[in-house]
Design a protein around this ligand. Structure first.
Ligand SMILES: [Zn+2]
Length: 321
């Protein structure tokens, strides 16, 4: 056999059992628990699309924005969604979090859901979610009724285009409008005898189907990210509870990225970073809610985890734990 040059493998740090384990458990949790929130969110946006009248849509096109009244109603919808559907799921994810930490294996921490840290977190998370989701929705519609869009389309055309885009982000709505325009242009060029009306109808059908896929994409992003927020927060509260009960000692937390090619630059630079329990990981970007930078996810669909490492034994307490 001849000599063969083997290209050197990219150096990859071997993860410890525990830092791999926190990732595996987080992934298993997310894989098993995102179908329901996706279904809930898609159904929620469908209801919002059905609720808005054609007249309101035409008015939004003429005024270049949805009305304050519609925004207020959307905020109300989101508040009810959070209260009735999402916070119970977040609560489940919080409760599941401690089981994700090998350091708590065998200690059987049953997270007390009445801990102030948990109640405060759910409230703040919910409020931020409602505000941001309604804003995003308004910005998405604003992009569809911009001056440029109004110059190139009829009021009727835009009013019809908006409805299926309710619940999309601004970027998604813009992509959807572009898709619609491309289909209109292609059909006009390739079928010069086809009526304008049937061209618009075909394009609208296509963009509606595209919007459905976009909604599922977005729902999955929200489901994964929000579940990860709650699960990781639950783990953190579980560690704190175990410390209060003198079951474990002082801990530091260590960032663990999934280590595959999908890891973004932000997270790759955080790999292995170790900080104290109350410190923040200094990743870039806006702080979405209090304590946002204390734990992953660092961005939508970030699958990173934190591993807690005990640095000193628990304090002996005569009263017992
Ligand atoms: Zn990440």
């Amino acid at each position: 056999m001849g000599l063969r040059m083997i290209p050197p493998k990219r150096l990859k740090k071997v993860k410890s059992y525990n830092s791999q384990e926190v990732l595996t458990r987080l992934k298993e949790y997310l894989d098993g628990n995102c179908d329901e929130p996706v279904r809930i969110l898609c159904g929620f946006w469908e209801d919002q699309q059905d609720a808005i009248t054609y007249q309101e849509l035409r008015q939004a096109v003429r005024e270049g924005a949805i009305s304050d009244e519609t925004l207020r109603l959307w905020q109300q919808d989101y508040s009810i969604l959070v209260r009735d559907k999402l916070s119970p799921l977040w609560t489940d994810a919080l409760a599941a979090g401690p089981a994700g930490q090998p350091i708590l294996d065998g200690i059987a921490v049953e997270l007390n859901m009445q801990r102030p840290g948990i109640i405060k977190w759910i409230n703040e998370r919910g409020a931020e979610f409602v505000t941001r989701s309604s804003q995003e929705q308004r910005d998405a519609i604003a992009s569809l009724v911009s001056k440029k869009m109004r110059d190139g389309h009829t009021v009727d055309e835009l009013a019809r285009l908006i409805r299926p885009c309710i619940g999309l982000t601004e970027g998604q709505a813009t992509a959807n409008a572009k898709y619609y325009d491309t289909i209109v242009a292609t059909l006009t060029r390739e079928h010069p005898r086809m009526s304008k009306e049937s061209i618009r109808k075909k394009a609208l059908d296509a963009s509606r189907k595209y919007a459905e896929r976009q909604h599922r994409e977005r729902a999955l992003t929200i489901a994964q990210t929000e579940s990860a927020f709650a699960y990781n927060r639950g783990a953190d509260e579980g560690i704190r509870q175990a410390q209060e009960e003198h079951l474990i000692g002082q801990c530091k937390k260590r960032w663990s990225t999934s280590g595959d090619d999908a890891v973004c630059e932000i997270c790759a630079s955080l790999e292995g970073t170790e900080i104290g329990m109350d410190e923040e990981f200094g990743f870039k970007g806006k702080t979405l809610f209090p304590g946002y930078k204390m734990l992953p996810p660092a961005h939508p669909r970030c699958a990173c985890a934190v591993e807690y490492i005990e640095v000193s034994p628990p304090v002996f307490s005569e009263k017992g734990g």
